[in-house]
Design a protein around this ligand. Structure first.
Ligand SMILES: CC(C)(COP(=O)(O)OP(=O)(O)OC[C@H]1O[C@@H](n2cnc3c(N)ncnc32)[C@H](O)[C@@H]1OP(=O)(O)O)[C@@H](O)C(=O)NCCC(=O)NCCS
Length: 179
């Protein structure tokens, strides 16, 4: 259930910390991930983040590893679960830029979506991304997400305001394979 066609979703390991820190602190990645003022994370903060990972609670974090050479290339997560309304919020990053645009992110997100709908009693998965992130929007559409709305000028970056795009996929769409 955690295995796609190109990647597997596995637990984070202590040895992932240095590489994950370099991914997270890459300004090009921060452009797509960080809504706050971009600022480098310290090793100590990264270690604390790692120690905070727990199976308890409603966040689930997975490392993304290639199937072939078992390379740690990024991460994806369920960041929040609204059990009352049955909605999970997810996020993803491929940190190793050599792997961008080669289907790894789409495969990881498909695996995460499949995990959620098959293992959790969830009706809808949602996410947001920035309007200038065409690659992410396309990738999410390939996973079955639909654009549900545009949150106008919700983010200030590089001297101007940008829109946020809200996307979602319903359980019935996933089960019927309507995408
Ligand atoms: C977003 C991300 C997860 C997508 O994963 P990926 O492995 O790079 O994407 P994929 O190769 O699976 O799919 C990308 C698709 O977008 C297309 N694409 C690339 N750049 C594009 C652009 N500017 N506009 C529209 N489509 C674009 C690609 O052609 C590909 O479609 P295709 O397979 O039909 O040719 C990954 O690029 C990433 O982590 N980026 C940096 C962090 C980030 O943006 N995270 C998401 C925050 S919301």
């Amino acid at each position: 259930m955690y295995i796609g066609e190109k990647v597997r979703l596995r637990e984070y390991r202590k040895e992932d910390i240095p590489l994950r820190l370099s991914f997270i602190n890459d300004p090009e990645l921060q452009k797509y991930l960080v809504a706050d003022t971009p600022y480098p994370m310290t090793l100590r903060e990264e270690e604390k983040w790692f120690e905070s990972i727990s199976a308890l609670g409603d966040t689930y974090k997975f490392a993304i590893e290639t199937l072939g050479d078992k390379k740690f290339i990024g991460g994806c997560s369920i960041n929040d679960v609204d059990w009352k309304n049955s909605v999970a919020t997810v996020g993803i990053f491929i940190g190793d830029k050599d792997y961008w645009g080669n289907g790894y992110g789409t495969d990881a997100m498909k695996t995460l979506v499949s995990f959620i709908f098959s293992q959790m009693n969830i009706n809808k998965i949602r996410l947001t991304c920035y309007s200038f992130n065409g690659r992410a929007i396309k990738s999410y559409e390939k996973c079955g997400f639909k654009i549900e709305g545009v949150l106008r000028q919700e983010m200030f970056k590089d001297g101007r305001y940008h829109d946020k795009i809200a996307m979602g996929i319903l359980r019935e769409e996933f089960l019927e394979g309507k995408y």
